[in-house]
Unconditional design. Structure first.
Length: 116
């Protein structure tokens, strides 16, 4: 049973590496600047991959990047299909990972409350 539950994790990591390389080398959409893919969570039946991403540049508009990624979704799946030895490439769902922004905001609130 261990093997079955670890497969989505392994595929998620494989997808993360390949998708990051594709975004760097093959996607020229100006809406998709330097982004970081933090994690890809693949569901148990391998039909959906949730791609959590953020920007290196905090001033960049995340909404525009999300639109760019969504428009490149078909191209990315096709390229992943050519590069990877998987029977089926999961659908890609892009999700903004704002964990870092939230944690910075919380730290600032704590610092402000301590100073008050």
């Amino acid at each position: 049973m261990q093997h079955e539950s670890s497969r989505p994790l392994r595929i998620g990591e494989l997808l993360r590496r390949e998708l990051a390389a594709l975004l760097r080398a093959e996607v020229n959409d100006p809406r998709i600047p330097e982004i970081v893919i933090y994690e890809i969570v693949v569901n148990r039946d391998l039909s959906l991959a949730k791609v959590y991403f953020s920007h290196l540049d905090s001033k960049q508009d995340v909404t525009e990047s999300l639109k760019g990624l969504q428009s490149a979704r078909g191209f990315l799946r096709t390229r992943l299909g050519h590069k990877l030895q998987l029977r089926r490439i999961p659908q890609l769902q892009f999700i903004v990972d704002d964990t870092e922004t939230k944690s910075e905001r919380i730290e600032k609130l704590i610092d402000d409350s301590i100073r008050s």
